[in-house]
Design a binder for this molecule. Structure first.
Ligand code: DGY
Length: 321
């Protein structure tokens, strides 16, 4: 008879993490790494003590209501927890944790990639070279926008936003930010705080979304706010697709009001709005902000620390509910 805890593991995790899970727990792995349907998630949770979940697991109120009583912890392998209904979890007495900090560098790198990819027409250029149709260099050929010295407006100055601000400072960018509160102290960059988003938008040559998706921030980048951006501004989203009104952004990209967009996240992933694919002025990535070997290992260890703390009766350091 073993007293090891049973853990349902939502997706394929790095080898080192699965090895540690197998040593210390009784994991039920998702061997072919498919996305669990709500019914499957509920069925596989029977008899489990915890779920090690990713943002692809639909832990909405309906699913949480049907989880067995044995499940006492949802330990997320993600910083974002918008896939979990936190109120429903609280109501069932299920503790929820996430993995902050460890993915800030990797995600800020992708924000820089999205900014440069959009500004310098990287998708168009790459497609052209691969197609074999590139036929000459010319001063008028594939001219984009320089970001050095431009103004970036960061919405959400959490951990990722701050690393992005440091990196953008390295390009000589002027940093503006909108956040619930001004940062108490800033190191490594100068930044101007804007309590009102509307007041910051006209100053954004680049607008980067770095806040979580919550009921308050859903659809934040809507038509009225896009209208406040300077003509030809660049929009970057590495946070969550739900922050953007897709129809409004696509319409603005079509007329050049938004000059280009670099997007790593989408509404209804992986079924993004087809309008984005049809445009040349979009640089699109498949939600890979945290996808480095270093970061994925670190996320796994952080999730394991939370699980270990919880089952040894301590408060998990990354408890969000
Ligand atoms: C996160 O950690 O929130 C990343 O977006 C992956 O889900």
């Amino acid at each position: 008879m073993t007293n090891k805890r049973k853990i349902l593991v939502g997706r394929k995790l790095p080898d080192a993490i699965e090895t540690k899970l197998s040593r210390d727990y009784l994991p039920l792995f998702n061997s072919d790494d498919h996305v669990f349907s709500p019914d499957e998630l509920i069925a596989k949770s029977q008899g489990m003590d915890a779920i090690l979940a990713c943002h692809s697991e639909p832990l909405n109120a309906e699913v949480i209501a049907l989880l067995p009583d044995t499940v006492r912890l949802i330990a997320n392998f993600s910083v974002g927890v918008d896939h979990v209904d936190l109120n429903a979890a609280k109501a069932r007495g299920i503790v929820v944790t996430n993995t902050p900090d460890v993915l800030s560098d990797a995600t800020a790198e992708i924000a820089i990639l999205c900014m440069l990819g959009a500004a310098r027409r990287a998708s168009e250029g790459e497609r052209l070279v691969r197609s074999g149709h590139w036929n000459s260099w010319s001063p008028a050929f594939m001219v984009g926008t320089q970001i050095t010295g431009k103004r970036i407006g960061i919405v959400g100055m959490g951990r990722v936003g701050q690393v992005l601000a440091q990196r953008a400072s390295g390009f000589g960018m002027k940093i503006h930010y909108h956040n619930r509160r001004p940062l108490p102290s800033i190191t490594g960059f100068n930044a101007t705080f804007h309590p009102q988003l509307e007041e910051m938008l006209p100053l954004c040559d680049v607008l980067s979304l770095n806040c979580p998706a919550t009921p308050e921030t859903r659809g934040l980048l809507n038509r009225a706010r896009i209208d406040l951006l300077p003509e030809g501004a660049i929009v970057v989203n590495t946070a969550r697709g739900a922050l953007v009104d897709d129809e409004a952004l696509i319409a603005a990209l079509k007329i050049g009001k938004v000059g280009a967009a670099g997007l790593d996240v989408f509404n209804d992933e992986p079924n993004l709005h087809p309008g984005y694919r049809e445009l040349d002025n979009t640089f699109l990535l498949p939600h890979i902000g945290s996808a480095t070997r270093e970061t994925r290992d670190a996320m796994g260890y952080r999730a394991l620390e939370n699980i270990e703390a919880f089952f040894s009766g301590k408060e998990p350091v990354d408890r969000v509910a």
